[in-house]
Design a protein. Structure first.
Length: 207
């Protein structure tokens, strides 16, 4: 693959985006971020992008209520900025089929648990950590996975365990998991940058 030109889709403050961007600046990831898109007008991720002179766009579901129209708008910006890879960094909207097909095996999401456990629709952010604690898990973790047409069902690329402490709250567990997220997202992206990821159907081989 050519050098990664990453499009970031995010809905929140953008801490994972910020971590990836910092790792690029520090030479820990051989890639560039060419565009940032958010479905939330006040998302912090847009401010981070603009502060770093990265093109940043707000695309509203109210402006484009039909999925096809929304996807076409997103694709127009991906094409304009010549993106060849996408990361979802806390993006709280389903990715359309056309985007998934055009960027087949080139879209990564990060999830704050060890999939397939604690994944699926509605399982994001604190909802995940609350579910992990309610279940009584001793270990949680992070999964970076390929994106397909369903929530959190794509093949995992990198997984990392995070211990659950007896006195954990969703907040304390979230803080510990987030630190690991900031590490493994870059690790997974570098595997693609190095051409080490081979996808065969639903199986992934790291060369």
């Amino acid at each position: 693959m050519k050098k990664l030109r990453i499009a970031v889709l995010a809905s929140g403050q953008g801490s994972n985006f910020g971590a990836v961007l910092n790792n690029i600046k520090q030479g820990k990831l051989d890639a560039s971020i060419c565009v940032v898109i958010s479905n939330k007008k006040s998302a912090g991720v847009l401010e981070i992008a603009r502060a770093n002179n990265i093109p940043a766009y707000f695309i509203s579901g109210k402006q484009f209520p039909e999925q096809q129209d929304f996807d076409n708008r997103v694709l127009s910006f991906l094409n304009k900025h010549e993106a060849n890879f996408i990361i979802l960094a806390g993006y709280l909207k389903m990715i359309g089929t056309e985007i998934i097909q055009k960027f087949s095996n080139r879209i990564l999401n990060i999830h704050p648990a060890l999939l397939p456990s604690f994944g699926g629709k509605g399982m994001y952010g604190h909802y995940v950590h609350e579910a992990v604690l309610d279940y009584g898990c001793k270990v949680s973790g992070v999964t970076v996975h390929l994106v397909d047409e369903k929530y959190d069902t794509g093949a995992p690329i990198v997984q990392r365990c995070v211990p659950v402490h007896e006195n954990d709250t969703p907040d304390t567990l979230a803080q510990r998991v987030l630190k690991v997220e900031h590490q493994v997202f870059t690790e997974a992206l570098q595997l693609f940058a190095d051409g080490r990821v081979e996808v065969c159907g639903r199986k992934v081989k790291i060369k």
